[in-house]
Design a protein. Structure first.
Length: 119
């Protein structure tokens, strides 16, 4: 099972914010991209995949984030509209979870908003 985490960004993450978040996740990590799928992957120096993150998607429908994540409707801290940035890492690798959390927190720190994870 993967570790899933979502950055719910109050502002659209620009390339500078995304690169800064990747550096915060681990400056020694290797970056690879899949432009067709809008994916960015971060790898450990030894070649292990630690994080895959998708491009930001704008969610404009009120209540859609709470519905998708299964959180209570009175969760007023979710920005609206919101930029949804989903990331995941291998569930069996504790380093992957730490990298995903650092990336997401850095991204939310720059754009405002909050994060959600499956653990």
């Amino acid at each position: 099972m993967t570790f899933d985490i979502v950055a719910l960004c109050g502002e659209q993450p620009d390339p500078a914010a995304t690169i800064a978040a990747m550096r915060a996740a681990g400056p020694q990590l290797r970056v690879d991209t899949d432009d067709d799928a809008q994916l960015v992957a971060l790898y450990h120096e030894d070649g292990r995949l630690l994080l895959t993150t998708e491009g930001a998607r704008l969610v404009q429908v009120p209540g859609e984030v709470t519905r998708l994540l299964g959180i209570s409707e009175d969760h007023t801290a979710v920005p609206h509209p919101v930029w949804w940035v989903e990331s995941r890492g291998p569930g069996h690798d504790p380093e992957a979870e730490a990298v995903a959390r650092r990336f997401t927190q850095a991204l939310v720190g720059v754009t405002g908003g909050l994060s959600w994870s499956n653990r």
